[in-house]
Design a protein around this ligand. Structure first.
Ligand code: SF4
Length: 377
């Protein structure tokens, strides 16, 4: 899972036509600040052009970038290219919602150099989509998928969600089968997680909605992994599957391998040289800061060696690359802990790498905690 030495560029477009009740990403549903936001984004890019001159991946996420109109998308891409250099083989992804895509919009995206789409499908079950408060129907998604292929996109990722209240394994398999009928190059299969400060989180807290228990979630995860790997997909990260090696998402791999990245836009995070910083989660604060000629940075941290070790474990156990034995041996009792985790069937040794097994991936986020006290983090 190697990637070039270039950093990655993420741009957060904080606008959505409506707010899905489970979502805790920062976005707003009004459009009157789009112009001011894009001007501020241009100013922010200018601030970082010397620090991050070139990239080989660009990820336009949000929010809903596909909701922007032609003039805004064209201006945005023009400005990014004015400030930064993109390697010729750059992966340029745009997150899209099915109901935003028309033949004209897709032709525009291709003209702008977007060569990868990440489509927020979530489900092919109409009742599940209604529960999730999605704006599109399964029928619209299928129509959008045909348009995407007709427009010539050959690198398409679908985002899907499982572990919904009352969802059966059969219903989930049906969604996966429908997804595979469009031969997507990439699949991201996320378990529904509910943040407290969302409308769905409040319904869960009030006992109006019940989520699947841990054992059921485990069944969903293992079924997903088995179903997709049996059909040739590479399971390269807990939630991510690629149809071939070349479709592994270059941009996201940078996050997992601690490669530097620059995040522009409200709520975006950046990482370089052991420092992490993040922007204001407010379009107003973001724009005001840049109007005053200041970076819109809300906070930052310098990673201590202990924190870097913990992150290396945390990110590594989520991926098929695992963690190097060298890193493990830096931990007091590292070898003994790995022996215990191996005995429990949670990790396996492959040459000099310690890699989470399928059962280990179910609890990937907890594996580093075995080492946490020793790292002092
Ligand atoms: S469209 Fe995406 S970013 Fe917008 S509210 Fe829904 S899940 Fe969140």
């Amino acid at each position: 899972m190697s990637c070039a030495n270039y950093p990655g560029l993420y741009v957060h477009i904080p606008f959505c036509k409506s707010k899905c009740p489970y979502c805790d990403f920062y976005s707003i549903t009004t459009t009157d600040q789009i112009g001011a936001f894009l001007s501020a984004l241009d100013a922010e890019a200018r601030l970082y052009r010397d620090q991050f001159p070139a990239f080989d991946s660009l990820f336009l996420g949000g929010g809903t970038p596909s909701w922007l109109g032609e003039a805004h998308l064209t201006g945005l891409m023009k400005n990014l290219r004015r400030h930064f250099t993109f390697a010729t083989d750059s992966e340029i992804t745009l997150e899209a919602n099915p109901d935003d895509l028309t033949a004209d919009k897709l032709a525009l995206l291709r003209d702008l150099g977007i060569n990868r789409l990440s489509l927020g499908v979530q489900s092919f079950d109409e009742a599940e989509l209604r529960f999730l408060g999605r704006r599109h129907t399964a029928r619209q998604t299928k129509a959008a998928l045909l348009l995407i292929r007709a427009a010539g996109f050959t690198n398409l990722g679908l985002d899907l969600m499982y572990g919904l209240p009352g969802q059966t394994l059969d219903a989930w398999i049906n969604t996966l089968k429908t997804a595979l009928s469009f031969a997507p190059e990439h699949l991201s299969c996320y378990q529904l997680t509910v943040a407290d400060a969302t409308p769905l989180g409040r319904r869960v807290a009030a006992g109006q909605v019940g989520l699947p228990d841990e054992e059921t979630q485990r069944e969903f995860f293992l079924l997903t992994a088995n179903f997709l790997t049996a059909r040739g997909y590479l399971h390269y990260e807990v939630a991510n599957f690629a149809r071939e090696e070349k479709y592994v998402c270059r941009h996201n791999v940078k996050y997992w391998t601690r490669t530097p990245y620059l995040g522009l836009g409200p709520a975006a995070h950046s990482f370089q040289a052991g420092r992490r910083w993040w922007n204001f989660s407010s379009v107003g604060d973001y724009c005001s800061s840049l109007d005053a000629g200041q970076p819109p940075v809300a906070g930052e941290e310098s990673l201590t060696p202990a924190r870097i070790r913990l992150e290396t474990l945390y990110l590594g156990f989520r991926t098929r690359e695992g963690v190097s034995l060298g890193t493990i041996r830096e931990q007091p009792d590292g070898n003994a802990i790995v022996a215990m985790l191996t005995q429990a069937g949670l990790v396996r040794l492959d040459h000099d790498r310690v890699i989470a097994t399928a059962d280990g991936l179910v609890v990937a986020d907890r594996l580093p905690l075995w080492f946490a006290d020793e790292t002092g983090a």
